[in-house]
Design a binder for this molecule. Structure first.
Ligand SMILES: CC(C)(COP(=O)(O)OP(=O)(O)OC[C@H]1O[C@@H](n2cnc3c(N)ncnc32)[C@H](O)[C@@H]1OP(=O)(O)O)[C@@H](O)C(=O)NCCC(=O)NCCS
Length: 191
């Protein structure tokens, strides 16, 4: 499907947190050939493993945000923010992943998912740095990320096997545009 013009009348995607029952839909979207090739997944993903992951992410204290996007009541996209590590000094950073079903691409679903994740990170999640890797030839995704303030930090050569070829990826990151400040109101500093 061609990239739909911004002016075209289109349904607004509904964004919500993923539930364990979304496992099959997420595996279906991420398993589409065009989507899978641009992620770090492998074919024949397990729905049960995805369900277990979604259940695990909902346990108290887990910082993951896993979202799905629906058009016409059907899941057509999924995206997540996940802690990069358990290290205390990396608590401010999360890693981002996103995939939109081919038939729904170019209709604003990716943008809606990115907007929801950036809003959550900036205003609720205490996230100061969002990082990701993207295949160096994935112009569509790179354009989407740049639109949300991500910058290229570097290139990893032969980073991942993609359809029989070791392909390069770019590291990209977005720093919080207005990090929340702490401080006493003026005049109360010494009270
Ligand atoms: C990358 C991806 C998430 C974008 O989602 P999408 O729903 O198609 O994107 P949107 O319709 O919301 O478009 C958002 C922006 O992406 C870019 N974009 C979308 N389609 C594009 C195209 N055909 N060519 C170039 N840029 C494009 C544009 O910057 C666009 O913003 P604009 O509409 O203001 O011009 C989606 O194409 C996808 O899932 N691709 C396969 C998996 C993948 O690459 N995931 C990312 C791995 S790092």
């Amino acid at each position: 499907m061609p990239h739909a013009p911004a002016s075209a009348a289109r349904e607004t995607p509904a964004i919500r947190r993923a539930a364990p029952d979304d496992a099959a839909a997420i595996v279906r979207v991420n398993g589409e050939p065009d989507v899978l090739a641009n992620l770090l997944q492998t074919p024949f993903a397990s729905v049960e493993a995805m369900r277990a992951r979604l259940v695990e992410q909902q346990q108290p204290g887990k910082g993951d945000l896993q979202l799905v996007a629906e058009l016409g009541g059907q899941v057509v996209g999924c995206a997540g923010l996940h802690p990069v590590s358990a290290q205390v000094r990396r608590r401010h950073a999360m890693v981002l992943g996103i995939g939109v079903a081919r038939q729904a691409q170019g209709r604003g679903v990716g943008k809606a998912l990115m907007a929801a994740m950036c809003d959550w990170a900036d205003r609720w999640g205490a996230v100061l740095r969002i990082e990701l890797t993207v295949f160096a030839d994935n112009e569509r995704a790179i354009a989407l990320y740049k639109g949300f303030g991500f910058r290229v930090e570097g290139t990893h050569r032969a980073y991942a096997l993609r359809d029989g070829v070791y392909a390069d990826v770019l590291s990209m990151a977005r720093l919080h545009p207005r990090p929340p400040q702490l401080g006493w109101p003026a005049g109360e500093e010494g009270a």
